[in-house]
Design a binder for this molecule. Structure first.
Ligand code: GFB
Length: 314
């Protein structure tokens, strides 16, 4: 079995390869020349099913695992499908992490989320803020599942010596995002709503909440680069925040998207919809110290995803 993370023959399982994050990791690995990447669709392998996952690891024995499979969504989806967000994420993580340990996977990277940190944690969010206060209620089930994933990696390392690491990305966007207005995150929702408002000559476009919460947005290709970098170089227990270190309000994001789309109507705010966490800006000192920085500026990233998707809404 290869121990060299830069061995391009390393057998790598990317769990969740059809999602925005997993597909970006596969693109990144292929661009680096990795030739032994294994993937499975949900129909081929149900990650919430323990015996299927154990059988798969027994047969395939991947040397490295990127655990990018998750049930994800925006604030409304998180707040509505609360049981599914908790159960499905817990099952996928527990099954994959346990099977990776049982079958001697030499390294696993687990992907969490910035929502693991307390709602009122000091900004920017340092990694040590975990479990220092109550979570944001709209995404508490998802956050608890992701905290359990971090703790699985930590405890399997501590008790069994498994080289399992965790990365905590900030809010992500990029190719393969979800544009369903009920279940999507804010950035794709705003692209779609503002594009449709422009195409239909609408005087105003209705957005959720007050517009005052602040968010940080990272292009998923930057995240994928961070993931392969950590897989190649990082072998420690502490989880690592992945972000740009810069945020903006939802209103400022909406204004930027209006400029990119060329929409000049009004923004209106449906305050019956939740704002969520007031702010979640990542402290990215740790990952900067490890030699990774975000490269894709937000405006440029939004311009590129808008150019790719705008035809789909017509
Ligand atoms: O991205 P988002 O859905 O989730 O929403 P979170 C961010 C903010 O955008 C909230 C506002 O303040 C929303 O009220 N917003 C305005 C909108 N208009 C819209 C809209 O049309 N659609 C959406 N979706 N939001 C999620 C968590 O939190 O972020 C997850 O629920 C996860 O657990 C993920 O951590 C990264 O940033 O609030």
């Amino acid at each position: 079995m290869s121990q060299n993370p830069l061995d391009l023959e390393t057998k790598i399982f990317v769990a969740g390869h059809r999602g925005m994050v997993g597909s970006a990791i596969v693109r990144r690995l292929k661009s680096q020349g990795f030739s032994n990447i294994i993937t499975r669709t949900r129909d081929e392998l149900d990650l919430t099913n323990q015996s299927e996952v154990l059988d798969f690891f027994d047969r395939e024995k991947p040397e490295q695992v990127y655990l990018a499979a998750a049930k994800v969504g925006g604030i409304h989806a998180n707040n509505t499908f609360r049981a599914q967000f908790l159960y499905e994420n817990l099952m996928m993580e527990a099954n994959v992490i346990h099977a990776a340990w049982r079958h001697q996977t030499s390294k696993l990277l687990f992907l969490g989320s910035s929502c693991i940190y307390p709602k009122m944690a000091a900004q920017p969010l340092v990694e040590d803020a975990l479990l220092t206060g109550p979570l944001e209620p709209t995404n508490e089930p998802y956050a608890i599942a992701k905290i359990a994933g971090i703790k699985l990696c930590e405890t399997y390392r501590h008790q069994y010596g498994a080289n399992f690491i965790s990365a905590m990305p900030t809010n992500l966007y990029g190719p393969g995002d979800n544009y369903d207005l009920e279940t999507s995150h804010v950035l794709p929702a705003l692209i779609r709503k503002i594009h449709v408002a422009k195409e239909t000559d609408a005087n105003e476009v209705q957005l959720w909440g007050t517009g005052s919460p602040k968010r940080e947005f990272l292009h998923v290709d930057d995240l994928a680069r961070a993931c392969t970098h950590l897989m190649e170089t990082y072998n420690e227990a502490p989880w690592v925040n992945i972000g740009t270190g810069q945020d903006l309000s939802i209103k400022e994001l909406a204004e930027m998207i209006c400029e990119i789309v060329g929409y000049q109507g009004q923004l209106s705010w449906d305050t019956s919809k939740p704002d969520g966490t007031p702010r979640k800006l990542m402290d990215v000192s740790r990952v900067h110290g490890l030699g990774w920085k975000a490269e894709i500026p937000l405006r440029q990233g939004i311009e590129s995803v808008y150019a790719a998707v705008k035809g789909e809404f017509e």
